[in-house]
Design a binder for this molecule. Structure first.
Ligand SMILES: [Zn+2]
Length: 185
């Protein structure tokens, strides 16, 4: 868990508690250049989240830990511990943002999670083949010799279709004989 604060002028500070160490990273990005400086301090384990103050002389970070209070000054890209307690009564408290990790230049940025592939409703059935008859599911497709028909895939016209009981060719209800094989319907 780390904390981040934008200091303005393209400067950002990341504060992280690693064991008994507090790692302060000052990152500045200007046009065409990026700089980053990290400094670790033995502060002890934080008891409360750190506080960042903006004073007339710079930005001061207050760490409260099991070992007591520590102050770190961020000034002109430099990070240094302060001896004693600075006067912070008139200082502006900067809001810290909780972030997962501080930026790490040696590692490429995490790839964004790929969106889940939509679940397939059904495994497509293997085509069924019998002699010269072939049947596929999804979309339903039937092929017989040089004849084929397809059901589904948006065609509602297939509803109410009639088929010859002899050869399976599509016939209309008004047909008296199958136009394919001549079977009496
Ligand atoms: Zn027929």
């Amino acid at each position: 868990m780390a904390y981040k604060c934008e200091l303005g002028n393209g400067q950002e500070v990341y504060i992280e508690n690693q064991g008994v160490q507090t790692l302060v990273t000052l990152a500045s990005s200007g046009p065409g250049q990026q700089q980053q400086a990290s400094t670790g301090f033995q502060t002890g384990k934080w008891t409360v989240p750190p506080t960042l103050f903006r004073t007339a002389t710079g930005v001061i970070l207050r760490i409260e830990s099991e070992q007591g209070q520590s102050f770190v000054q961020l000034q002109g890209g430099g990070i240094s511990t302060m001896s004693g307690t600075p006067a912070l009564s008139n200082a502006e408290v900067l809001s810290l943002q909780q972030v997962e990790t501080r930026p790490n230049k040696s590692m490429p940025p995490m790839e964004p999670m790929k969106p889940m592939e939509p679940m397939k409703p059904m495994e497509p059935m293997k085509p069924m083949k019998m002699g010269n008859m072939e049947m596929n599911m999804n979309p339903m497709q039937m092929r017989m010799g040089n004849m084929s028909m397809q059901v589904g895939s948006g065609s509602s016209a297939s509803f109410g279709k009639h088929f010859c009981p002899q050869c399976g060719a599509s016939v209309t209800p008004s047909d008296r004989f199958c136009s394919n094989c001549g079977h009496q319907l």
